[in-house]
Design a protein around this ligand. Structure first.
Ligand code: BG6
Length: 467
C-alpha cells in the first residue's frame, strides 16, 4: 500500500484533564461537573481523586510520550484549576501546573495541542447560574479562554475550544439537567447548546485577536450513518441522523448559523433558544482554522414516522436518541461489535473524513479514535493488546486512504495516550498505549507499563505511517 502521510504529519495521542490528572481539589482547584459526576457513580469506585495521577507523574509520563515518539499531545486544561469558581479569582498554582506541563512537552519536542473545555464545567457555575443555561457562563468562558491565551499563548499555537459539545449536550448529567419537568428538558438543552455555541465563537474570536499566529477549531464527536435499506425514506433518515447529531454543530461553527432543518425542528417544538441581536456578528466572525473530530464507530438508521404526541423522539440512550418524524437507530449486522457495544468500522472513518472535507474544506485532525477493552496484565508482566493494534492499524489505513482521496488530514491522535478514567466505566475499560496498574477498587502503585501497542505505535511513528 502506498504511504500518503506527509513527512510532517502529526502522530499524536490524547487525554483529558479530569480523566488523567487526579488531584481534583489540590492546590486550589475547584470542583467540576466531571468531578461531581464521578463522585455520584455508585457502581464505579474510581473517581477523579486520583485517576491516573498525571498531576504528580507528568514528567515520567511525558518522557514515555517522548519514547513513544509523539509529535503532538492533545490534552485539556481544567477550567476549575485555572479559575476555581468559574468566573472569580485566577489560581496561580493552576497556571503554574500547566506551564510546567507545556514547558516539559516542548523540551521533549512534543507540540502541545490544548482543549479548553472537556466535559468539566466548574461546578460553581452550576450552583450560581445553572451552568450553560445562563449567559453568565458564556462570558465566564470567554474570560477563562483569554486567561489561557495570555498565560500559555506564547507557547501553545494550537487550540480546540471544547470537546464534543454535540455529544455532551445530549447527556443530561454532563449538562446538570436534573429534576427538570419533562416538558422543559428539551427547551433547557436547546438554550444550553446555543450558549455553548456563542461561548465557542467568543473564544475563537478572542484567540484570533490575541494570538494571530495561533490556530483554533472545534472538536466534534463525528457521526457517520448508513441507511438501513435503499428505501429513500431510510436514506433521508440516515442523513438526518448525521445532521441532528453532528452536522448542525459543524454548520454553526463554520457558518455561524443553524441550518434550516434544525431551525425548523426548534420552532416546531417551540424550543427556539433566546438569542441576542449581537450574536449574529459574533457567530459569523468565528471562523475555525481546522476541524478536529473524534471517531469511534458508525450507526445505521431507518425512517421513524412522526408522532405528534412525541416531538422530541425517544431515547435509546442519552447519546443515540431516536427522533419521531426523522430516524430510528438500528444495528449493523455487517460489523463486529466490541464488548462495550461499539460497531467497529474503519471504512466509516474514510467516509466521514471525505464528508467533512468536501463540506467544509478545512484541514482535519483526528483527536480521538481507539478501542476500549478490559486489558489484562499477564504473568510475564506485559499487556498483549493485539486487538488494539488491529483496530488502530485498520483505522490508520483508512486515514491513508482518505488522504489519497484528497482529504487534508494533518494529524491522528488516538484515544488515549495512557489508561485513564473512562467517562462511563472507570478503569474497567482501557484505551491507552501505557497500562496504568490500578483498578476501580485499588489504586496500587499506579505503575506505568508499556503495552504491546506502545511498541507497535512507536514503529508506526518511526515509519511515518503504515507498517
Ligand atoms: C469521547 C470522550 O467521547 O469518548 C472521552 O471525548 C471518552 O472523554 C471517550 O473517554 C471514550 O468514552 P468512554 O465512555 O469509553 O470513556
Amino acid at each position: 500500500m502506498k504511504n500518503y502521510f506527509k513527512k510532517d504529519f502529526w502522530w499524536g495521542a490524547s487525554s483529558s484533564a479530569f480523566q488523567i490528572e487526579g488531584a481534583w481539589d489540590k492546590d486550589g482547584k475547584g470542583k467540576s461537573v466531571a468531578d461531581h459526576n464521578s463522585f455520584m457513580k455508585s457502581d464505579v469506585q474510581a473517581d477523579t481523586t486520583v485517576a491516573s495521577d498525571f498531576y504528580h507523574n507528568y514528567k515520567e509520563d511525558i518522557l514515555l510520550m517522548k519514547e513513544l515518539g509523539l509529535k503532538t499531545y492533545r490534552f485539556s486544561i481544567s477550567w476549575a484549576r485555572i479559575i476555581p469558581d468559574g468566573d472569580g479569582e485566577v489560581n496561580q498554582k493552576g497556571i503554574d501546573f500547566y506551564n510546567d506541563v507545556i514547558d516539559f512537552l516542548l523540551e521533549n519536542d512534543i507540540i502541545p495541542f490544548v482543549t479548553l473545555y472537556h466535559f468539566d464545567l466548574p461546578f460553581a457555575l452550576v450552583e450560581k447560574y445553572n451552568g450553560w443555561e445562563s449567559r453568565d457562563s458564556v462570558y465566564a468562558f470567554e474570560r477563562y479562554a483569554r486567561v489561557c491565551y495570555e498565560a500559555f499563548g506564547d507557547r501553545v499555537k494550537h487550540w480546540q475550544v471544547n470537546n464534543e459539545q454535540n455529544l455532551m449536550v445530549r447527556v443530561n448529567i454532563r449538562m446538570n439537567i436534573y429534576d427538570v419537568p419533562a416538558d422543559q428538558v428539551e427547551r433547557m438543552r436547546a438554550q444550553m447548546d446555543y450558549h455553548m455555541f456563542v461561548a465557542h465563537a467568543l473564544a475563537t474570536n478572542a484567540c484570533h485577536e490575541m494570538l494571530p499566529d495561533a490556530k483554533i477549531g472545534p472538536a466534534v464527536s463525528s457521526t457517520m450513518t448508513y441507511p438501513s435499506s435503499n428505501r429513500p425514506e431510510d436514506v433521508w433518515a440516515a442523513r438526518m441522523n448525521d445532521n441532528f447529531k453532528t452536522n448542525y454543530a459543524l454548520e454553526m461553527y463554520c457558518y455561524g448559523d443553524y441550518p434550516g432543518y434544525y431551525k425548523e425542528y426548534l420552532r416546531k417544538c417551540d424550543i427556539y433558544p433566546i438569542t441576542k441581536p449581537e450574536d449574529q456578528g459574533i457567530l459569523k466572525a468565528a471562523k475555525p482554522d481546522f476541524i478536529a473530530l473524534n471517531y469511534y464507530r458508525t450507526l445505521v438508521a431507518s425512517y421513524l414516522p412522526a408522532d405528534e404526541a412525541n416531538p422530541f423522539g425517544t431515547k435509546v440512550n442519552d447519546i443515540d436518541f431516536d427522533l419521531y418524524g426523522y430516524f430510528k437507530i438500528e444495528k449493523n449486522p455487517n460489523l463486529v461489535v466490541t464488548d462495550y457495544g461499539i460497531q467497529v468500522d474503519p471504512m466509516g472513518l474514510r467516509l466521514v473524513l471525505n464528508d467533512y472535507y468536501e463540506k467544509y474544506r478545512l484541514p482535519l485532525i483526528i483527536t480521538e479514535n481507539g478501542l476500549g477493552t478490559g486489558d489484562q496484565l499477564t504473568e510475564d508482566g506485559k499487556v498483549h493488546d493485539d486487538y488494539r493494534i488491529d483496530y488502530l492499524k485498520n483505522h490508520i489505513a483508512a486515514c491513508n486512504d482518505a488522504i489519497a482521496d484528497g482529504v487534508e488530514l494533518f494529524g491522528y491522535c488516538p484515544w488515549s495516550v495512557m489508561d485513564l478514567l473512562s467517562s462511563r466505566q472507570g478503569f474497567m475499560k482501557r484505551y491507552g498505549f501505557i497500562y496504568v496498574d490500578r483498578d476501580d477498587f485499588d489504586e496500587k502503585q499506579l505503575r506505568r507499563i508499556k503495552k504491546d501497542s506502545f511498541h507497535w505505535y512507536q514503529e508506526v511513528i518511526k515509519n511515518n505511517g503504515l507498517i
